[in-house]
Design a protein around this ligand. Structure first.
Ligand SMILES: Nc1nc2c(c(=O)[nH]1)N[C@H]1C(S)=C(S)[C@@H](COP(=O)(O)OP(=O)(O)OC[C@H]3O[C@@H](n4cnc5c(N)ncnc54)[C@H](O)[C@@H]3O)O[C@H]1N2
Ligand code: MOO
Ligand code: MG
Length: 616
């Protein structure tokens, strides 16, 4: 964290009349915006080399992390800022000023006349800026993306360096300009400006807006088709079985020959094509699944036969006795008897299961056209978050569990997601990261930063920087009250944003109730979760807000209605309350008359979890 920044205006004119200084206050404001917690020292001095050197040294020795100067960089006789800077720095950082010059040259050839220097003294970074407000605004924009990283490297702030490296890994390299002002904390709203919607209203909005997601299709290999929604009817182009096949291991016979002794003409194992037809008095040894020879119309299982004669070596059967007279078509699967040609294998809108995929594979299909799902990006926000892989927690930090949990929750329900990493609670970093996410995804799911804290920046950033429409920003539900759903236009496409609360259980429940519901609808699946009526195993206190309580379900033999047991404390931060949950109980909000539901009450439950973990 940057604690102090010095902004020094170097100008004879401004020194004489401080009201002339516009570039100094501009630079100070820019610094305050990116480092709102830092002390910003400002100073105006004349163009005196020794004085400049002394002040630069003073701030560096006072452990100010960043010194920004404005003025005295040109060709005038008195312009000595670069010389003074060079005299006190130990290392120059020429690429910083080269980048500024290159960018400035796009706007004015006068940039050729700036001699700005950037360099390091001990742990302080010093950058010279020209002496005009416009130049300061333009030049600062050039260096802004690298400032924090440069300072973190100088301060040997490993955690910050790692954060920046981590965010680079997710493509979030650059902070972007934000219109959100975080400086005036005292003026922040003390009431949420967002109306509190009922759950039914929130669902209606999600359903209506997601219905605008256009139908897209994609071709996937059969193995990737599991759970996908079929785009069009697929019929069998060939009969199954493709030949008259034996159902038993035994002998293919001619039924009109009746019972009695047969000459064993041939042996037919599965996969072997019969060559010559059977004639009266003959049979062919046959395996389950093998093709019947022409002439044969039935199979007699080996258990209903006796050996009559064989070669001496025992290698070859010569004659067998058919003990029971066979019926025509006995133990034969006629051609097309399982699936006649033209049978519908899957219908449009079917959600593919393993058996259907097997049917399609058996019918010779390798790919299937399915409804395309929106691409989903996942992002965690919060200054307190560390990557789960980090073994040592820094003071006041926690590991990010939401990203891993949501990624797997989405996957459990058939949706893949792109990982956009952890983003710090800074408007500029959020704008940068959201921009990156929008470039590769249609739906952004982020957690944290949606409530009432001065660092809860998601809503203002979406509104002010992405011109988003916030369809809702508060819902009467527990957990998940500050759940936010927004859309915006980005590079000609609509983006859908689910900004979920940071509390892990809130993120879990709201992902199920809003995000997965929306994804189901946009891929052509029924949006609503299936409901079950369950009986409470114990009494349950009611919250003023309708609550989605996590519970397990048992099927007692003595009751037609399954029994639900809550998974301990339902606190929004306690993810243990969702571990192994099969259902979300829809508990009503408390009223004066009803503050708890007694054991035995039946309530609706949304089946959001797995049945195989429900015990009987
Ligand atoms: N003054 C008010 N404060 C709060 C209100 C309110 O109405 N007025 N609402 C509360 C409710 S309800 C919720 S839910 C939370 C939502 O908070 P945010 O969405 O702003 O999230 P954060 O403040 O960033 O974090 C909340 C909590 O969750 C932890 N967290 C965040 N991200 C993660 C993660 N990726 N993995 C694990 N844990 C995470 C974070 O450390 C906080 O403890 O606001 C209440 N406040
Ligand atoms: O609504 Mo918050 O999600 O209770 O904790
Ligand atoms: Mg918060």
């Amino acid at each position: 964290m940057v604690k102090a920044v010095a902004v020094i205006t170097i100008s004879d004119t401004c020194f004489k009349d401080h009201s002339q200084d516009t570039s100094g206050p501009t630079l100070a404001n820019l610094a305050r915006k990116i480092y709102p917690e830092a002390n910003i020292h400002t100073l105006i001095i004349p163009d005196e080399k020794e004085l400049i050197e002394r002040e630069l040294k003073y701030y560096c020795d006072s452990n100010v992390e960043l010194v920004l100067t404005t003025g005295g960089t040109g060709l005038a006789h008195r312009d000595v800022t670069p010389e003074a800077t060079k005299a006190i720095i130990q290392k120059e950082v020429p690429a910083l000023t080269t980048a500024i010059t290159l960018e400035s040259l796009k706007k004015t050839p006068m940039a050729m006349l700036s001699r700005s220097v950037a360099g390091i003294r001990d742990k302080t970074l010093i950058i010279n800026f020209p002496g005009s407000k416009k130049a300061v605004l333009e030049c600062f924009e050039v260096v802004r993306p690298v400032l924090s990283h440069a300072i973190a490297l100088l301060q040997n702030d490993q955690s910050e360096v790692r954060t920046i490296h981590d965010s680079m890994q997710f493509g979030n390299t650059c902070p972007h300009h934000s219109n959100v002002d975080t400086t005036k904390v005292a003026l922040r709203a003390r009431e949420s400006p967002f109306p509190m919607l009922e759950m039914s209203e929130a669902w209606k909005l999600v359903d209506t807006i997601m219905a605008q997601w256009p139908e897209h299709f994609e071709i996937v290999s059969l193995e990737d088709g599991l759970g996908r929604v079929v785009a069009q009817r697929i019929c069998a182009m060939e009969p199954m079985p493709p030949f008259d096949a034996s159902v038993k291991d035994g002998y293919a016979c001619i039924s009109s020959d009746g019972a009695g002794v047969r000459r064993v003409r041939a042996a037919l194992t599965a996969g072997e094509a019969p060559t010559t037809p059977l004639i009266a008095g003959e049979c062919a040894r046959i395996n389950t699944g093998a093709a019947l020879p022409a002439g044969a119309d039935c199979v007699v299982q080996v258990e209903d036969t006796k050996l009559v004669s064989a070669t001496e070596d025992g290698y070859t059967e010569l004659e067998v006795e058919i003990m029971v007279a066979p019926a025509p078509r006995q133990d034969v699967r006629p051609i097309g008897s399982d699936v006649p040609m033209g049978t519908v294998l899957v219908n449009k809108c079917d959600v593919l299961d393993a058996a259907q995929i097997g049917m399609l594979a058996g019918a010779g299909y390798q790919n299937v056209t399915v409804r395309a799902c929106p691409r989903v990006a996942l992002m965690s926000t919060g200054n307190e978050l560390q990557e789960p892989s980090e073994t040592k927690l820094r003071p006041a930090h926690i590991r990010d569990s939401n990203r891993t949990m949501l990624k797997t929750l989405l996957r459990e329900h058939g949706y893949e997601s792109l990982d956009c990493g952890i983003v710090r609670d800074s408007p500029e970093l959020l704008v940068g990261a959201i921009t990156t996410a929008f470039r590769s995804a249609d739906v952004l799911v982020c957690t944290g930063g949606v409530s009432m804290g001065e660092r809860d920046l998601l809503k203002p950033v979406l509104l002010k920087d992405f011109n988003a429409t916030l369809h809702f920003g508060r819902v009467r539900m527990k957990p998940g009250k500050p759940s936010t759903f927004a859309t915006c236009e980005f590079e000609g496409k609509t983006k859908y944003i689910f900004a979920l609360p940071g509390n892990p259980v809130s993120a879990y429940v709201c992902c199920l109730l809003f995000v997965i519901r929306a994804l189901r609808a946009s891929c052509g699946r029924p949006a609503d979760w299936p409901r079950l009526r369950v009986r409470l195993a114990h009494s349950v206190p009611l919250d003023p807000r309708p609550e989605y309580a996590r519970a397990t379900v048992r099927f007692p033999p003595s009751d037609d209605v399954p029994t639900a047991t809550l998974l301990g404390s339902q606190c929004s931060s306690r993810l243990l309350s969702a571990c192994g949950a099969s259902v979300l109980l829809e508990l009503p909000g408390a009223t004066d008359a009803t503050r708890q539901l007694p054991a035995g009450t039946t309530v609706p439950a949304l089946i959001t979890g797995r049945f195989d973990i429900m015990t009987s």
